[in-house]
Design a protein around this ligand. Sequence first.
Ligand code: ADP
Length: 612
Amino acid sequence: MELGRIIADRWYLFVALAAILLPTIVLAAMQYVSVRRTEAQARATLEANLDLHLLGLIDEARRDLVDRASYITHSVSHSRIRSRNLPGLARSFTRAMRRYPEMRDLYAIFFEKGNEMGAWQVWCYVPPDPEDPSVERYKEVPVGRLKEDPDITEALRRAWMAIPDRKEDATYTNFAPTSLSDPVPRQIFYHPVYEPDHMNRKDDLDRVGLIAFTAEIDSYPYAGYLRDLVALYDQRMGGSNPLGPLAYKVSISDRGGRARDLVLTGSPPGSFRHRGFDDADRLFPGISFGVALRDRSAAEFASQNTGLSLLLGVGAAVLLLIGLALTWHATVREIRVAELKSDFLASISHELKTPLTAIRAFGDLLRSGRARDKERIRQYGEMISYESDRLTTLLNNILEMSRIERSARRYKLEKGDLGAAVAASVEVFRAATRARGFEIEVEIPSTPIITQFDKNALDQALVNLLSNAVKYSSESRRVKVRVWSDEAEAAIDVRDFGIGIDPAEQRRIFDAFHRAPQSEVQAKSGTGLGLAIVREIIRAHGGEVSVDSKVGVGATFTIRLPLLTPDLRQGQSSPSEEMAYGRHSGNRRRTERIGRLVRQLGIRRLFGADGN
Ligand code: ADP
């Protein structure tokens, strides 16, 4: 019910709040989606970069393997194939096999120019048995021999024919069985031999034979080749690699599908991106190259900025919410003050009217001469005087508040005995309230308490506290005023034994226009200005006012003022006097600063005096 009324009264605030909150939530959601999208893009870019690396590495390996095969086959004398000189070829093969141990089997293939399909003849190289004394030797070296094998012939022919494009003068590769009886595929490199008088060949019809050999990835082109390849490649790419250090892996899976690492550099936290030779390369299909970031996973790489972006987003949202909460608080407060001011205006006419009506009535009574009795006349006079005082206090408070609000209040601080000043003020007040049966006890120390104060302002503050003590005294008609001091401060307690103040209200009662919601308070007339003025006056003196109270027991308001230090007492000019004398800025922070300064100065000088 209460909430419904608040919403109905402040609907425009809720609309403004929603108008800010909704776009903020939408923006925050968009930021989140955008951050996630950026993360996915970063990951895709990383993967594409790793793939590019892999492609470069594989391309290099492919080129090297084929170049090496070409180099080996060029070491065999091609003219022996053209002339079909088997003994010369056996010697040439023997030499090549000794120089390039990574070759497994070596073959010479003859066919008729332009008729590869027809007359196809394969000679396999059989290494010599060094123990056999009948083995032919050439320059002391045992020479192998060549042997024809129809099984191998057919298998190599099929493998050669399966190569799709054989027109170029190049080394061709295929991964195929080299025997029909043993269908296990092997890596085969073929190099064509052409007619001697057609070195500038136009087409493949000039081919008259082939040199072929098989190789195994473990040994071809040579042991450690892949490791060197990876190291060289990494060194070359290292400088231009924006991804940071990389880890490499080359593995091979055997026919059973089991993978075996041939090269592994580093153990990265994430997984490797894998890729093998392209099918069109017709090279070792079981081999697979892998690359990964060495010191973080792809997910970490992609999300390296995510945390920061999200944190910034959340930070901005939190700041905005704090800003909104503060704006809300300030607006509600302003509205409350405006309401209080309008309540004040409504009540002020009543506040002014009541004493005026009383003054008018008692004045009329006196004028009519109907009251003859001296005691009556005195009572009427006292009532008129009391109501005039009330009116004066009220007007003083209104004027004071208006000066404070316009920052036009000036205080003239003068040295004096606080006890004497309080005694004088209470005396005037006591006279005004005695008729109503109030007992005001005063306790003032015998030694003077020298401090600086503006006599009129202090008087006004005291009157406000005493008026409240009387107003909220309920049945008890007792008020106690005590002036006391300790080493640094002078203090005035105004104590009553009346209705007391709820703890939740004790801080707010010093705010202008605020009145406690208690029914006993609301039953009394009031403007809510008295304590606000007391606080402003006391702060301008560099002091503080506080309250200690229990509901139903009473309340003690304590004014604390900085004491004058001994040297200032003796007539030296006081810095606080100069500062405090003049316009009241209405700025609480400034008066608080002055208060602190005065207190600090006073305490230090006391310590200094003690030390001397
Ligand atoms: P007013 O008395 O005109 O309402 P004040 O600013 O003097 O305004 O006081 C503010 C509020 O503080 C009062 O409305 C009342 O609720 C509370 N208050 C002040 N003095 C006392 C007191 N001595 N005992 C109980 N409540 C008090």
